[in-house]
Design a protein around this ligand. Structure first.
Ligand code: FES
Length: 174
């Protein structure tokens, strides 16, 4: 039963990937020059780049699959695995590093029970480390889905996941 369910889910993802890629190609054009823009649009829509999407892009642009795969794995902004609803990115650029961002990262790993690059089992959080986010004056800095949290401390970082969950809960009650 579990296997059947997994097959069914894989098929649903593949069907959606084909639809999303076809939309992106229709919007942006079936040209190799548009490869990165198409990958960006698919990732924005699906949250990541399933293999089925990469295969469809290769077909649509008449490119070898390996070439599409290499571009998708070269850029850190792209993910080939599903990400959590909230992506917590801890800046480890120089300015944040000297202000203890590695300790903040460790605190989040402990709090979430995952390592950098992983997603919590409930799909709520993905934890990443990133280079300079361009807000060094506010360091140490964390980005959550594009929102910047500055002057982080270990204590604040430990509270952040619960705080985000609570805010979300309040948001759904409005
Ligand atoms: S080094 Fe962290 S924002 Fe620049």
């Amino acid at each position: 039963m579990a296997v059947e369910q997994a097959i069914q889910e894989t098929k649903l993802v593949a069907d959606e990937a084909v639809r999303v890629v076809d939309d992106a190609v229709a919007n942006l054009g079936a040209s190799a020059d548009q490869l990165i823009a198409i990958l960006q649009q698919v990732q924005r829509t699906m949250g990541y780049l399933p293999r089925a999407a990469l295969r469809r892009i290769a077909e649509a642009l008449d490119m070898p699959f390996m070439q599409v795969f290499q571009v998708a794995t070269f850029y850190k902004a792209f993910s080939l695995e599903p990400r959590g609803r909230r992506v917590i990115s801890v800046c480890t650029g120089t300015a944040c590093h000297v202000r203890q961002s590695p300790l903040i990262l460790e605190a989040l790993e402990r709090k979430l029970g995952i390592e950098v690059g992983q997603t919590t089992d409930d799909g709520e959080f993905t934890l990443l480390k990133v280079g300079c986010l361009g807000a060094c004056a506010l360091g140490p800095v964390i980005d959550v889905n594009g929102a910047v949290f500055g002057q982080m401390t270990v204590a604040k970082a430990e509270k952040l996941p619960d705080q985000l969950l609570k805010e979300d809960h309040r948001g759904t009650q409005k």
